[in-house]
Design a binder for this molecule. Sequence first.
Ligand SMILES: [Zn+2]
Length: 65
Amino acid sequence: MARVRRCKANGCFNMVELPKHYCAKHADQERVYAPRDKQATHRYNTVTRNRDDNKRGQYNFYRTK
Ligand SMILES: [Zn+2]
């Protein structure tokens, strides 16, 4: 029998098989939660955004208050 856990979406009690965190209905949230995608976002922030001085300047400007 497959290991299951409750869907992590708020108010959702569907059971999902590991290693998924969300049921089919909330599968779009899995993308946000997955560590792999967190790394992709980090890579985007550190590499793509800083690939040249102009872009880095823009990014730093966005981060200021
Ligand atoms: Zn769900």
